[in-house]
Design a protein around this ligand. Structure first.
Ligand code: F6P
Length: 478
């Protein structure tokens, strides 16, 4: 049956892991999109198109194993590797998070252009699958920087569809975006403008996108007071004037799910184990995937500066740093992960003493332990260089037992909504972050609880179900 609502993303809601007996174990993931889609119910005719990412996934596609409502694409592994690791993670992620060390990188040479061809092929595979599966006039919501060319390609194949695209990352400022070769920048923006509507996590990322369209394409966006921001441009497909609308949907934390999940027995067990390590000391908690953009190394440097400049905290505080593996195919991620471990050891060797380990680092992903740390947190440290939103900043205040103080980077999307009740830091300023940690640790418990209450309420303003439904409604109302 043709689908009425389609979601497309590189990583899907399920992955397959081969068991010893040769059968495949299907593992379901979480996240905003999964909970968002659950709001429309199983009978809504929704289909999630995603890519096979592992050998287990590819085997599942070959064997015809699938989950209801999910279509996994077995895109050639070499093409996927070039598109995902080569372009999406090593170029587009770096551009939007401003991660390049510019004296030496980026280098846009023949190898880059070869990988860009793979990125096109991979986007085309998605566009074709969506075109085949979509019912007449169906709504399609394409996700993220992996699939920026899909809206344009899909419009060419199926002009009847309502096409949306949502960016979960920041959008680069136009001066930074212009590092991309001109023809690539144009192709990318025109691909996005193939959509009827583009969604962003904050106004800041949305206006950056509009600015890029101005600088790279010469098409100016309008942001009228009483209607939606939009960009008028010439359709690549028909040569006719077209309008792409833009909107902001600040994904919030799922309070109901988090509060229930955080009080199950496995979380209690992990809390007891952590409590044993921490004793009655204060805790600074951070939980991240080990992304270059998360700024874990400067966070550790700031903690070291806190211990150096405020000896009164020595032996009185423990930094729980959970840094879970991410994108380990890329050497720069592996090196960064190693640096986090090295610096942790250095701080523990410098300041640790019998009965007190200053930094407790965990690198194996364990959701129940993350929730346990959220509950225990006196201070949450969220200091990314740049981040689309950062849901950890929203989740900790919702879950923490006694209320926590939030030290928050002004470059995280979440800062737009939470800044007023957080302690704001410039993520590059290690001394400033150390001072913010001191302020957060010293905060009077009543003020802390009060601020945490405000943070939790701002953090849950747009739960995942509504976040998703709002986008769908906006697309259908076009
Ligand atoms: O967190 C931003 C984000 O773009 C998510 O939307 C997306 O799921 C993820 O990053 C991609 O990460 P990965 O490379 O592990 O799939």
């Amino acid at each position: 049956m043709a689908a009425q609502i389609l979601v497309a993303s590189n990583r899907g809601p399920v992955s397959y892991v081969p068991r010893d007996d040769g059968t495949l174990d299907a593992r379901r993931g979480g996240g905003g999109l999964v909970s968002g889609l659950s709001a429309i119910g199983p009978d809504a005719g929704a289909l999630w198109v995603c890519s096979a990412l592992s050998e287990g996934d590819r085997e599942a596609v070959r064997r015809g194993v699938s989950e209801p409502g999910v279509k996994m694409l077995d895109i050639d592994a070499a093409v996927h590797g070039d598109a995902y690791n080569g372009i999406a993670n090593s170029v587009l992620w770096f551009v939007h998070h401003m991660l390049y060390q510019t004296p030496l990188e980026p280098v846009f040479d023949a190898e880059f252009r070869r990988q860009w061809t793979a990125y096109r092929l991979y986007n085309r595979a998605f566009a074709q699958a969506l075109a085949e599966e979509a019912a007449d006039g169906a709504a399609v919501v394409v996700q993220d920087y992996h699939l920026t060319l899909v809206p344009g390609m899909l419009r060419e194949l199926r002009p009847d569809l309502r096409i949306g695209h949502f960016s979960h990352t920041p959008w680069a400022p136009s001066q930074y975006f212009r590092m991309l070769p001109d023809e690539i920048a144009e192709e990318l923006l025109l691909g996005m403008l193939g959509a009827d509507r583009l969604g962003f996590l904050t106004r800041r990322w949305m206006s950056a996108f509009m600015e890029c369209c101005g600088t790279s394409l010469g098409v100016m966006g309008s942001w009228p007071k009483d209607s939606s921001p939009h960009i008028d441009h010439l359709s690549q497909v028909t040569g006719q004037a077209r309008r792409t609308l833009l909107g902001v949907h600040g994904l919030g934390a799922d309070a109901e799910f988090l509060r229930e999940r955080a009080h199950r027995a496995d979380v209690d067990e992990r809390m007891a184990a952590l409590r044993e390590q921490i004793g009655d000391r204060k805790t600074i908690v951070r939980v991240d995937r080990t992304e270059l953009s998360k700024n874990i190394v400067r966070g550790l440097l700031a903690y070291r500066a806190l211990l150096a400049e405020h000896p009164e905290w020595r032996g009185e505080v423990v930094h729980l740093a959970f840094a879970y593996p991410s994108r380990q195919d890329l050497s720069v991620y592996r090196d960064y992960t190693a640096e986090v471990a090295r610096l942790t050891d250095e701080i523990n060797a410098e300041y640790g003493r019998d009965g007190w380990t200053p930094v407790v680092l965990h690198v194996e992903d364990d959701f129940a332990r993350s929730l346990a740390a959220y509950r225990l947190a006196d201070v949450a440290l969220v200091n990314p260089i740049r981040d689309g939103m950062n849901l950890v900043a929203k989740e900790v205040p919702v879950v923490s037992d006694a209320g926590c103080a939030l030290v928050l980077s002004r470059e995280a999307g979440a800062h737009e909504e939470l800044g007023e009740h957080a302690i704001t830091v410039n993520p590059y300023d290690v001394s400033g972050t150390a001072a913010a940690l001191h302020e957060a640790l010293s905060m009077d418990p009543t003020e802390r609880a009060e601020r945490s209450k405000h943070l939790a309420s701002a953090a849950t303003a747009l739960p995942p179900e509504r976040w998703f439904l709002d986008q769908l409604t906006a697309l259908r109302e076009l």
